[in-house]
Design a protein around this ligand. Structure first.
Ligand code: HH2
Length: 260
């Protein structure tokens, strides 16, 4: 899944693709690099990010989605707001990637059910403004698994088909470095949920804390965490640098599975 951030303030590429033409060209490049899917977002969820109203978020993403009709891969809208999701679905998106796991807007689950979208349910402790203030868990993997099981139930109760649901442990969303590492190490335990797993480590702060690297220099750490996430049970990775991730995963899969 290739990331397309149409924001002024995303943590790694804020402002680079706020111009729709640049965002569209970038998205097309990610598809050429081998993205199986694109994730378009108009609101940063980095720790401490300012909230964006639905109208502004819609204004950012819709022209980009309009320009991506026919791009050849499914597009997800990275939002927690039903008004944004609805406009994005009307403009051609077919998935909703919600970092609040359908807790943020009471109307979003019904919209996803009615429009039969794919849905990514992600774990987050607290909200982006507060999530990095001393996050604590009994056992981070058990807590995340229980949360995701409950959100799968809630999504299905709202009429979303089970087979359209993916889950995501929410690396960096209310987690210390050790929590992130524990989740990646024990990712296989989330397979008990019986849903495909998406993992997003790309350029994130825990990699900077391990390597001492600035945000633009975290590709090596991103690749290592992607490869290990897939080896440990992830079905997809959400990345900014598609070509490098694709090569790394192809190679890792060839080694692990004996294929080419
Ligand atoms: N991470 C980010 C945003 N959305 N969605 C899922 N499902 N999983 C993730 O790990 C995830 C996500 C944060 O990364 P990015 O979009 O690059 O930054 P920002 O939120 O600052 O725009």
């Amino acid at each position: 899944m290739g990331v397309v951030n149409v924001t002024p303030d995303s943590f790694s590429d804020g402002g680079e693709y706020l111009d729709p033409r640049r965002a569209i060209a970038h998205a097309e490049e990610l598809v050429r690099e081998g993205a199986d899917m694109l994730d378009v977002g108009g609101e940063s969820t980095r720790p401490g990010a300012a909230a964006v109203d639905a109208e502004e978020e819609r204004r950012r993403v819709v022209p980009v989605l309009d320009g991506l009709v026919g791009v050849g891969v499914p597009i997800s809208i990275d939002t927690s707001k039903s008004a944004v999701a609805e406009a994005a679905l009307d403009a051609g998106a077919s998935w909703v990637n919600d970092v609040s796991a359908l807790r943020g807007d009471p109307e979003l689950a019904a919209l996803c059910a009615e429009r039969r979208t794919g849905v990514v349910l992600m774990h987050m402790l607290g909200d982006p403004r507060t999530m990095q203030e001393d996050p604590r868990y009994e056992d981070v993997v058990d807590d995340v698994r229980r949360f995701l099981a409950e959100r799968i139930e809630a999504a299905m109760a709202a009429g979303i088909d089970e087979e359209r649901i993916w889950v995501d442990p929410g690396i960096g969303f209310g987690k210390t470095v050790e929590h992130n590492l524990e989740l990646l190490r024990r990712l296989g335990e989330l397979r008990e949920l019986d849903r495909p797993i998406l993992v997003g480590t790309s350029r994130k702060r825990f990699i900077g804390q391990i390597t001492g690297r600035e945000v633009g220099e975290r590709l090596g750490g991103t690749i290592a965490s992607n490869v290990l996430a897939v080896a440990n049970g992830a079905d997809g990775v959400r990345v900014h640098d598609v070509a490098a991730a694709r090569d790394a995963l192809r190679t890792a899969e060839a080694v692990l599975g004996g294929g080419g």
